[in-house]
Design a protein around this ligand. Sequence first.
Ligand SMILES: Cc1ncc(COP(=O)(O)O)c(C=O)c1O
Length: 395
Amino acid sequence: MALPVVVMISRQELCFDFDAPVERRGTGSLKWDRYKGRDVIPLWVADMDFKAPPAVIEALKERVDHGVFGYTLPPGELVNVIVEMLEREHAWKADPQWLVWLPGLVTGINAACRSVGAPGDAVMTTTPVYPPFLGAPALSGRTLIAVPHRDDGARYVFDFEGMEQAVSGGTRLFLLCNPQNPTGRVFTREELMRLAQICLRHGIVICSDEIHCGLVLDPDAHHVSIAALDREIARQSITLLSPSKTYNLPGLGFSLAVIPDRDLRMQFRTSMEGIVPHVNAFGCLAALAAYRDCGQWRSALLDYLRANRDVVESFVAGTPGISMHHVEATYLAWIDCRALGAEDPASLFERCGVGLSDGRDFGAPGFVRLNFGCARSTLAEALDRMETAIRSHAG
Ligand SMILES: Cc1ncc(COP(=O)(O)O)c(C=O)c1O
């Protein structure tokens, strides 16, 4: 590695052992099986290599022991826990009726595209962005308007002028990702307010994917739900949430939409009817345990991820040819490799044993996305390999 980094270990972090490697090969892991039989460290798709919190594992074991797996209703306590969490963490007083259960958040993005406007209308988003944002509009016969983020030298920011210019009469929906995947931005209240004002002025519904909101790493960055800004914005919003990223439960298929406006909620439900399955028993119980019982685990996780992020940022800062901005949230680093002059940076790193996400899929060729939600020893080995890849390319 280019730079030695001193990693501080907090007391909380010691209570949960994120350093203990978990063998994921042979468990049907999408992340690991992509490179089956090859010596490639997978740091691509957004799931972490850590075990779920002990309270989640306990809740699932208890459910397995019961042994009957019939059709399941989300428990009433889950509704209360989510409403409390929204008030505590998002300063948002939600009505339980606003919640719509979803078996996945991508389902929610697609349902939002289908439930607002009509085929032929446009959906706007900003790039780079999580690939399903780019694909969902076409799946419902909508056109995509992609406005690139501006790089202000320190952060990726919205290009408000670019958005105003790109809005057409048929633009009905804005897909927001906050915290942002892949840039790791946590948008400020001021940024969100300005974005909301543009959307309100043009009658555009905002679908806000906040799946990464539990993973804010910077103590002075605060997640703000755009719908919590004011009632008028809330009436024009669909907020998508899930415990899956924060508590590492993506294989359990549990998410939800929060839709304050009754008509919009009906349209959203109608777009799902007969196609979208119910949430499953394990997903509901895992979500309940995660939101209710795993605060300590989460803060220990954030300590661990913060230290991993610092390792990645030091490595990138000390390595010629690559650069990145500070990651405020998520366990994803968005690395600019354009100065390397490699035609396909993701393949260059893969050949040297590190599997990253290709920036092209996010609308940004020349970039790669690195998932640092793994044991620090795995990360260190991957960064060593990346350094070798860069040296071999330069030499
Ligand atoms: C911004 C964002 N939205 C949605 C998802 C996926 O959600 P799900 O697996 O619930 O469909 C991800 C996964 O990486 C993501 O980063």
